[in-house]
Design a protein around this ligand. Structure first.
Ligand SMILES: Cc1ncc(C[n+]2csc(CCOP(=O)(O)OP(=O)(O)O)c2C)c(N)n1
Ligand SMILES: [Mg+2]
Length: 329
């Protein structure tokens, strides 16, 4: 990780976001274990550097297409973590009044166009937002996050073909964590790098270490600049790994098929710990400064947990509001 050209404020800002994401999800996992949330959650733990690096390169009014693994994308955009936690617990005070939950978590005020239960569903949505930005000349950029598996969906190819042909201001970020549920991407795809698909559309395709927030940020900054200048889309593939299974209920034993130590090897490269170590070793920040930041975030997290736990569920009388009802279209 090359922290040399960054000042303490910039590095601490990356760290704040990544640490908050990690603690947010540790608490989410606790909700699940204590039976406080209905359904499941797909945790982003281990992948924090990706959303953090990419979103740091964006402006406040840019757009994000998110996936079923969306908590990190919202935290990186500065969403309200109390409203996020309340949403995950199905509470009235959540972002979608408790009706979206973890998998449909969203924050329209932060440019989040919705998390998505449909693999690859966010790719055309973000592409459409990029088209709108170009058509209306708003100078906005859209980012579509996606998993490795989503790159084998038709939506990936159809959207990127269009974005490339029309030079749309879109950045396609592949979070390659090696798995689509239990399917190893290396078993179902012929190329070790997924970004090479960019060649088919004659656009840039770059591969970065998704555990290195600085590397991700630098790749994103370049791609965003290119998009905003009207030069078209870029594919950024971030090599990363999810600490947990596909969702909170998945023990993920399939990961030992290739290597007994695969998970431990990746965990040693923890993006949060690596940044902390680099910041301190470079002398840019002190251990005490990092601890003070962690304490501040911890207080925010505890406040959010309390807010979510204490909030009421939606009223029964509202059961049919804000939801699709047959015959209403
Ligand atoms: C169109 C579609 N096909 C299949 C599924 C079932 N499904 C849910 S998540 C998932 C795997 C997604 O893997 P990836 O895109 O790599 O994202 P990750 O979960 O690794 O972040 C699948 C196949 C779905 N939700 N939508
Ligand atoms: Mg995956």
């Amino acid at each position: 990780m090359n922290v040399a050209k960054y000042n303490a404020d910039q590095l601490m800002s990356f760290y704040e976001t990544m640490f908050k994401m990690r603690r947010f999800e540790e608490e989410t996992f606790e909700f699940y274990k204590k039976g406080m949330m209905a359904g499941l959650a797909h945790l982003y733990m281990g992948e924090e550097a990706v959303a953090t690096g990419v979103c740091a390169a964006l402006k406040d009014n840019d757009y994000i297409g998110s996936t079923h693994r969306g908590h990190g994308h919202l935290v990186a955009r500065g969403a309200d973590i109390s409203k996020m936690m309340a949403e995950i617990l199905g509470k009235k005070t959540g972002y979608s009044n408790g009706k979206g939950g973890s998998m449909h978590i969203m924050a329209m005020d932060k440019g989040i166009l919705g998390a998505n239960g449909i693999v690859g569903g966010e790719i055309p949505i973000a592409t459409g937002a990029a088209y709108t930005a170009k058509y209306k000349k708003t100078d906005q950029v859209a980012v579509s996050f996606m998993g490795d598996s989503a790159t084998n969906e038709g939506t990936f190819h159809e959207s990127i073909n269009m974005a490339a042909a029309w030079d749309l201001p879109c950045v396609y970020v592949i979070e390659n964590n090696l798995y689509g549920i239990s399917v190893d991407i290396r078993d179902v795809t012929n190329t070790p790098d997924l970004a090479v698909r960019a060649k088919a559309y004659d656009i840039p395709g770059v591969v970065v270490d998704g555990m290195d927030v600085v590397a991700v940020y630098e790749a994103a900054e370049k791609a965003v600049k290119r998009a905003r200048a009207g030069k078209g889309p870029t594919i950024i593939e971030c090599k990363t790994y999810r600490w947990q299974g596909h969702h909170v209920g998945d023990p993920a034993e399939y990961r030992q098929r290739r290597s007994e130590t695969e998970k431990e090897d990746w965990m040693e490269r923890c993006p949060v710990k690596t940044l902390k170590k680099e910041m301190i070793e470079s002398g840019k920040v002190t251990e005490a400064e990092v601890s003070a930041l962690e304490e501040r975030i911890e207080a925010e997290i505890q406040e959010a947990v309390k807010f979510a736990a204490d909030s009421p569920y939606p009223d029964a009388a509202d059961a049919f509001s804000d939801v699709f009802q047959e015959g209403t279209l």
